[in-house]
Write a protein that binds this ligand. Sequence first.
Ligand code: TYD
Ligand code: MG
Length: 488
Amino acid sequence: MAKRRTVHSCQSCGAQHAKWHGRCPDCGQWDSLVEEKYEAPSAAKAAGSGRGAEGLAALVPASDDGKPRRLSEIDADASPRVPSGEGELDRVLGGGFVPGSVVLLGGDPGIGKSTLALQVAGGLAAEGHSVLYVSGEESAEQIRLRAERLPGVGGSLQVMTSTSVESLATPWKELSPSFVVVDSIQTIQTDSIESSAGSVAQVRESAAQLSATAKKVGSVLLLIGHVTKDGSLAGPRVLEHLVDVVLTFEGDRAHAFRLLRATKNRFGSTQEIGVLSMAAHGLEAVENPSELFLEERSTRAPGSCVIPMLEGSRPMLVELQALVAPAPYGTPRRTTLGLEDARVALLLAVLDRRSRIDLLSQDVYAKAAGGVRVAEPAADLGIALAIASSRLDRAVPPDTAAVGEIGLGGEVRRVSRLDVRLAEAGRLGFKRLLVPAVCHREHMEQIKQNGGGSKTGKRARSLCELVPIEEVAQAVDWLEANGIAGGG
Ligand code: TYD
Ligand code: MG
């Protein structure tokens, strides 16, 4: 006999509580508990979240007998990775999908999750894989219309519109697909519990059943998930424990470029990022993000500085912009876009105290161009230079970039992987890179140790000269001496 109880689930972290609280005792979120009916057919199921996944999985036969095997007898090559056909996605996954793995793709609405999923599913279908695309959000006709815009979507792709987990049992059994897409996990629900679709209990239970089935059959399962306003995956963090790979798709909807990163990856690094751009015919890989970001740069205007930032292990040149203007009202305004408010406020204080630049009665606007989000401390020197450049009305020379973290004392601190950043700057025609003095010393020592310089070191140096900077005031002096006077 099924036992019924009500629980109060936090819609933010997924924690369940017997009583209602105004604030979730687990994650501290206010007003996030929602009463849900929790129907548990057995005590065992009620006890373990995510373990009650018999439902769908029970209906689909397994690909092996489930007996224990010796580690040495397990053949890892028996199920090689399946390349997704989308190079940037493969880079993030670590070389392709691992059979039987569950991948969660999260991102803001309209960012291109469904497009990416359909493009990949369609491409795999065209290569002869058996692929099932389940959508609870769009009608079959809408999917067809979208597919017509995308290149290389195979006609053999099996499309199904459904919001019920149980309805997948038959197609899963009959097609035994190697790739299954569920768009989205928030719209699909299982009959095993009574909560409405999108609630934490539903999302968790549905995902558990789908993932158990995928593991049993050896299908790759791609779940699409919505994100909440604050950018975390909607509903439960438990979902992140349940899946093998969590991918987030981010970017500014007003811009074409998109970043794909793995926040969790059981089979690869989380350091790799993929850069794509949304075009009229679906998503395209961006091989040279730096070129994309610097395309529209106005090289002579004061208030701009290029930084070689590092996303994971990938260098990217990004333009930072600042506009400083006298504040017409008492309290000056500080507005940022793509940069952290706190970081900019801190740099303003440091510039004000540790250099000759006075910013107290100035409005400051700062942004990263192209819809990029820059969170790296190594961007500090670039932000400071962009602000100083606008204040002094002297443009940073167009062939100069800067990198370095700035401390509260005004000291310029070490950054990681200078070699990679230097090479990228050199590759894009930059002749000068302002760097922390410590990094400069280390770089020179390394060159000396290599007996006058390794091939790559020599090449990097011949491409791009390093200017050591000890203090932020020194960077401002450098700008005054070498900057190009603006017109305003
Ligand atoms: P979509 O994949 O529906 O977003 P999500 O599933 O993350 O909500 O993306 C829709 C957006 O992408 C929409 O604004 C239109 C745009 N788009 C293109 O620019 N080119 C295309 O080829 C396609 C299919 C969509
Ligand atoms: Mg969608």
